[in-house]
Design a binder for this molecule. Structure first.
Ligand code: ATP
Length: 554
């Protein structure tokens, strides 16, 4: 009965309609069933989580947020770092750009354009000259050049691009030229530029923080250095500031992350933008880590560097590397794994993940095929242990507009309708895929449910020595809810659909010994297959799955 009829019936006989409505629940495709079906919770990035916590901590401590300049002129680095500037600049990226060439339109170029079959006259040449002049002067962006050249020559964009490439190769051959602008390597470089303006506009004390990217031209990236990292930095600006402020702020900030004790050690590194002897390293003790780790640095900005920006106030600065604190808190010992797990981290799949990647290979497409699959499964399940020779009719009648008959049979003497492994249940356990015999599975579950009544040792003794793993698999693994006959009945029904639609002759479908997943109509996603191979895990689907289906098309 369909939905409309049930709704109508409900007005007359609610109880019957309600019971009928139970039949509306459709059986879904096995690949869409649990445990293959899985909804993941989205994962945030550890780095951004740490940034969020640091922002929260600074805000709670009464700091206001700033975004500092990222592009720093080389002269600012000299103003801040003094004689240390060359060493700092060595670790900076300089920005470079392509020069804007003077493009002349000589006779040779005009002839080349003509040779390429394009119409050209004085008016078009004048327009083209105007376009190149605008490009040279910077009125015209490089990415608009193709469009404007095409418009000047009254041709379409593809032709314009081809003319630019062939007739004006000087554009393609340009080499970048470096400027004096660098990418910020320390947040301090940004603070000096911001504070120069802020001290003139804001009342002191000023408490500001900024968490943002810095760039370092490291010789190579390694387990503790990336070319770009995040600095979480703050400043306190007042008529008078002390080192004690640095101690108290780092304590308050780091307590938020679970650090409980602190040590303040004069830094061996003596940056010239700090007053001598004020540069201090903060070591924190975290009970979870049970060790002391270097976590932040603070100091008082040098009056010499401040004077270059006309700042007469005193400034305490504290900073820490976000990636480093995230590594410490999450106990990740390689910054590359932390920041770019998609590039560096080894693939880790748990049993639940693998269960989502094991799917049916063939599955009937039509509703008639799906109902035939159910019939095959019912006959196989009820008659599997019948002594052979034996034969059972599964279906007789119209199927996809043909009269057919489908039978399960076994012609050999002294066997059963189905081979003994046919009802094995596929489990995923510890990265292995295992077909577990029904009787063993049932016994293990019996012990689990009734430990007083059954003895675990007896059951273990029943299991062959080399397959003890299946005991743990049933207890702790993920059952896929697929038995070999579930998947094989789907394949047989699909093959019958295919045979009937392609007008084949009568056919016999036979399964014999299972060796691989494909023998039981299963396929594993390549990601899981590679994982199982790399981790030396096992796919053990072996077993006799003798079964024969005969199709007659009348
Ligand atoms: P290192 O000695 O580790 O190369 P540094 O002493 O040169 O670092 P500072 O200039 O003091 O670093 O920078 C302050 C903090 O910024 C460092 O303690 C670290 O947490 C972080 N940091 C610096 N460079 C990098 C980088 N390339 N990758 C990740 N973090 C970095």
């Amino acid at each position: 009965m369909d939905k409309k009829k049930i709704i109508k019936l409900a007005k007359k006989d609610f109880e019957r309609a309600w019971v009928e409505s139970g039949n509306l629940v459709k059986k879904s495709h096995p690949d869409k069933e649990y445990p293959r079906l899985k909804y993941e919770i989205g994962k945030s990035h550890i780095l951004n989580d740490t940034i969020a916590m640091l922002r929260e901590a600074y805000l709670r401590l009464g700091f206001s947020e700033a975004v500092n300049p990222l592009f720093i002129d080389k002269n600012d680095v000299y103003k801040q770092f003094g004689p240390e500037a060359p060493a700092v600049l060595d670790r900076c990226f300089y920005l470079a750009g392509l020069p804007r060439p003077d493009i002349g339109i000589g006779v040779d170029k005009i002839n080349y354009i003509k040779k390429l079959g394009k119409d050209i006259n004085d008016e078009k040449i004048a327009k083209l000259q105007e376009v190149f002049r605008g490009y040279k002067k910077g009125y015209l962006d490089g990415d608009d050049l193709v469009l404007k050249v095409s418009e000047a020559l009254e041709i379409d964009n593809e032709e314009g691009l081809s003319i630019l490439e062939k007739v004006f190769p000087e554009i393609k051959d340009l080499m970048p030229i470096a400027s004096n602008t660098t990418l910020r390597s320390h947040m301090t470089s940004g603070w000096f530029i911001s504070l120069e303006k802020m001290v003139k506009k804001s009342k002191t004390p000023l408490k500001m923080f900024s968490i943002d990217r810095c760039f370092r031209r490291e010789q190579k990236e390694d387990s503790s250095h990336l070319m770009t990292y995040h600095s979480a930095s703050c400043v306190i600006v007042d008529d008078e500031v002390t080192l004690d402020m640095g101690k108290a702020i780092s304590e308050a900030l780091l307590e938020y992350f679970g650090f409980s004790k602190f040590k303040f050690v004069p830094d061996e590194k003596k940056s010239k933008y700090y007053i001598p002897e004020t540069q201090t390293e903060v070591y924190g003790y975290h009970p979870k880590l049970n060790e002391w780790v270097e976590i932040a640095t603070f100091g008082l900005y040098s009056p010499i560097a401040l004077s270059k920006y006309g700042i007469e106030k005193e400034v305490m600065n504290l900073g820490l590397g976000v990636e480093r604190i995230a590594m410490v808190l999450n106990q990740i010992n390689d910054v590359r794994n932390l920041v770019y797990p998609q590039l560096y981290q080894k693939l880790e799949l748990n049993d639940r993940d693998i269960a989502t990647m094991l799917n049916y290979n063939y599955y009937p497409v039509t509703e008639e095929g799906q109902s035939l699959m159910e019939n095959i499964l019912n006959v196989w399940t009820s008659e599997k242990d019948c002594n052979s020779p034996c034969e059972f009719t599964i279906f007789e009648g119209e199927f996809l507009n043909k009269e057919i008959s489908v039978k399960a049979f076994e012609g050999e003497n002294n066997a059963k309708l189905l081979g003994p492994a046919s009802t094995n249940h596929v489990y995923i356990y510890d990265g292995n895929i295992l077909g577990i015999p029904e009787n063993i599975e049932v016994s293990i579950k019996k012990v689990e449910l009734n430990p007083q009544e059954y003895n675990e040792k007896d059951i273990i003794n029943e299991i062959p020595d080399d397959t003890k793993i299946i005991y743990d698999a049933v207890k702790n693994g993920v059952p896929t809810n697929i038995r070999y006959i579930d998947a094989l009945s789907a394949k047989t029904a699909y093959k019958i659909e295919e045979a009937v639609l392609s007008r084949s002759e009568d056919l016999i479908f036979r399964n014999t010994i299972a060796r691989a997943l494909s023998d039981v109509n299963l396929k594993l996603d390549t990601i899981a297959m590679n994982y199982i191979n790399n981790e030396n895990k096992l796919i053990d689907i072996r077993g006799p799955i003798f079964s024969t289906i005969k199709l007659e098309i009348k």
